[in-house]
Ligand binder design. Structure first.
Ligand SMILES: [Zn+2]
Length: 255
């Protein structure tokens, strides 16, 4: 068979993916918001799986203190000082030259989010701040694009899969956004490299489920892990009746 068939054959053999699933992955267009610790492994796994189009957005440059967990970059990238978007694109193309990569060196805001979402099937969250996550949350609800939220700090992580019209959203999880604005960050309390890779892997798995159309299998609620304490829980999220996501769910065409 073709080189491409061989390349993705171990996914083709899987009951949950198969050849048809590989075709869905090849035609998928995915936005990864942030290419730090989570975004590194997310973009590597998606590119290597053969996702047709990846849009990566980040405004920072790689620093030496990133390298223990941001596995997409190397020491040379830090020395050169080019933006993460540029380094990410170059490094990903050495792994998967057949993937179209749109690397965008900007900070996500309310003015550019619609353009970034243009033509995208799924959004995978790899941001490091809640303010921007709410901007993305509101925009994906408006456009009915599934959104895989993920976050890590210390030895803990969260994953929540948001499917507009079917699941609660980040505003249901945090009805008062001001409560989460002061959440601890890796830059102040640290983050274990392995929990970032774990959470990124779960997010990529959720992305595959969404791309396969297997919404039965997604995380229903928020997955809460502490990799040091060996704790894995899924906590149900109650939809907020007056939330924007509830209004979308009640629309007759929301299918
Ligand atoms: Zn909501």
């Amino acid at each position: 068979m073709s080189d491409e068939f061989d390349r993705y054959s171990r996914h083709a053999l899987l009951k949950v993916i198969g050849s048809t699933g590989n075709e869905k992955i090849r035609s998928a267009r995915v936005l990864v918001t942030g290419i730090g610790a989570l975004g590194s492994l997310i973009s590597i796994l998606l590119a290597r799986a053969g996702v047709g189009f990846l849009r990566l957005v980040d405004k920072d440059a790689p620093e030496m203190s990133n390298l223990h967990r941001q596995i997409l970059y190397n020491e040379r990238d830090v020395l050169v000082g080019s933006p993460k978007a540029e380094a990410a694109r170059a490094n990903l193309l050495t792994m998967a030259s057949n993937v179209e990569i749109d690397a965008v060196n900007i900070e996500i805001d309310r003015n550019n989010i619609d353009l970034l979402l243009d033509g995208v099937d799924v959004v995978v969250d790899a941001l490091d701040n809640s303010e921007t996550r709410f901007i993305v949350n509101d925009a994906i609800l408006d456009r009915k694009i599934p959104y895989i939220f993920g976050g890590v700090v210390e030895t803990m992580g969260n994953v929540m899969t948001i499917v507009p019209g079917k699941t609660p959203c980040l505003r249901c999880l945090w009805p008062d956004p001001s409560h989460v604005l002061g959440h601890a960050r890796a830059s102040t309390v640290g983050v274990l490299s392995s929990v970032a890779s774990l959470v990124a892997s779960i997010q990529v798995t959720e992305t595959f489920k969404v791309l396969m159309g297997d919404l039965e299998s997604i995380i229903h609620g928020i997955m809460v892990v502490d990799i040091w304490k060996n704790q894995f829980h899924v906590v149900p999220i109650i939809p907020t009746p007056e939330c924007l996501c509830a209004k979308i769910a009640s629309q007759p065409s929301g299918g």
